[in-house]
Design a protein around this ligand. Structure first.
Ligand code: NAD
Length: 437
């Protein structure tokens, strides 16, 4: 199959490289010339484990190419995937579909012969039909079908998720389009991946329902963590106790500072907006958004209370800035709420993140970035863990204690053992775990 991937960001680049690995010929397109230049030089513009090698291997085999010319890539393609951004529209919370529709208009001009145009971007229900309308309007005689193939990969584990997905959801409405999509994903038959074929609307709703459910699960355990803190219970034991029930499941029951990232915040907002428009309000999801926003804001207060009511003049050493480990993605990261709130309360911020500091430097003001986690702890009055990078778990607490001005830790990801930290002489606070008795 010949595939054109429009948009070479996290999803487009990973999907494009993985499709090439499946054996297809893939042209990844992006309108950002600098990104395509870097990719052509063999540089990967994002941090995603394993992606450099996957891209290099498939470029070498000739199956993966990069271009800024949409028309060249689309003209030969059996399937064109739209993987452009769908950020929150300013003002009302709806998804901004201008990139998707602009791509559709360009694709319309370029298709030759029968082509399946697939939205891989997360788009509100109804978008697939609008993409079809845009193409039909400008090319009434063109032979094409639209399809919806939402992407469920997680940043940080994107390649594994793409190559071994729990399922693939495909919304199609003709046998011809279904055959093309089935041929593209055929290599996954070998590992018996469930293929869920639906109509286009169903596939579009499925993506939002999935993300909203996961965001709800996180928010639920976060509120249970608040209760645990007040009553002397341990949220990790509660999570295990409920998660072993097969109806609940163990994943996504880890408490923290509130969800962030490039998907959950914008997708819950867009779902709430679409549902209100359709006169089927998602009150649970609306509540989740509100509770989560409040939680991110409250985390700075937690640090201030922990420091006895003020952080004015104190140095806060921050470990982790990205919204989760193994990515450089800073979009809607909790650190973007927490750090400025601590600064407004008079704290000086010294921070370390293994991959996110370049982007964080653009989004946060007056932060001193360090080269190691230990440097961020040096001279700090309190150490604040915001992201659970694996390397932080291996830090030597004795060394940290020696480096800090005051041995105090607020651990918003519960990466340290409270008993051990207190035994070493730290004043320690995690999330949803009992204090010293
Ligand atoms: P991104 O911002 O990293 O990448 C989007 C890319 O599209 C950019 O490089 C941009 O320059 C390019 N682009 C925009 N308009 C274009 C056009 N007309 N022609 C060519 N290129 C164009 O975004 P992302 O994180 O990859 O997300 C893409 C979509 O996938 C979103 O809808 C998102 O919700 C969804 N999604 C993201 C993830 C994730 O973990 N990031 C997971 C699942 C789904």
């Amino acid at each position: 199959m010949r595939i054109a991937m429009i948009g070479s960001g996290y999803v487009g680049l990973v999907s494009g490289a993985c499709f090439a690995q499946f054996g297809h010929d893939v042209a990844c397109v992006d309108k950002e010339a600098a990104k395509i230049e870097r990719l052509r030089r063999g540089e990967i513009p994002i941090y995603e484990p394993g992606l450099d090698r996957l891209v290099a291997d498939n470029v070498r085999s000739g199956r993966l190419t990069f271009s800024t010319h949409l028309a060249d890539a689309v003209g030969n393609a059996d399937a064109v995937f739209i993987a452009v951004g769908t950020p929150t529209r300013r003002g009302d919370g709806h998804a901004d579909l201008s990139y998707v529709y602009a791509a559709a208009a360009e694709i319309a001009q370029a298709i030759t012969g029968y082509t399946v145009i697939v939205t891989k971007s997360t788009v509100p229900v109804g978008t697939g039909r609008e993409v079809a309308r845009i193409i039909r309007e400008s090319r009434p005689a063109a032979e094409f079908d639209v399809a919806s193939n939402p992407e469920f990969l997680r940043e940080g584990a994107a390649i594994e998720d793409f190559m071994k997905p729990d399922r693939v959801v495909i919304g199609v409405e003709s046998q011809r389009a279904r055959d093309v999509m089935a041929a593209i994903y055929r290599p996954l038959n070998l590992i018996q991946t469930p293929m869920v074929f639906t109509n286009i609307e169903t596939a579009e709703v499925t993506k939002y329902a999935g993300n909203a459910f996961l965001a709800t699960k996180i928010t639920f355990i976060n509120e249970i963590a608040d209760l645990c803190e007040k009553v002397g219970a341990d949220v990790h034991d509660v999570a295990r106790g409920i998660g072993l029930d097969g109806r609940i499941g163990r994943k996504f029951l880890h408490p923290g500072p509130g969800f962030g990232g490039s998907c959950f915040p914008k997708d819950t907002l867009a779902l709430a907006y679409t549902a209100r428009e359709a006169n089927a309000p998602q009150t649970i999801v609306e509540q989740v958004i509100q509770v989560n926003n409040g939680r991110k804001k409250r985390m700075a207060r937690k640090v201030i209370d922990f420091c006895g009511g003020s952080v004015a003049g104190l140095t806060v050493g921050v470990l982790g800035l990205t919204f989760k480990p193994n990515t450089d993605d800073m979009r809607d990261a909790p650190s973007l709420d927490i750090v400025p709130a601590l600064q407004a309360a008079g704290a000086r911020i010294v921070a370390f993140d293994p991959e996110g500091m370049e982007e964080a430097g653009r989004l946060l003001k007056d932060v001193t970035f360090t080269r190691t986690a230990y440097e961020a702890a040096t001279g700090a009055d309190v150490l604040l863990v915001i992201t659970e990078w694996h390397e932080f778990r291996g830090l030597d607490p004795r060394r940290i204690k020696e480096l800090m001005r005051q041995p105090r830790i607020v651990d918003l990801r519960n990466i340290f053992d409270p008993g051990e930290m207190r035994a070493l002489g730290f004043t320690y606070e995690g999330v949803g775990r009992p204090g010293p008795r």
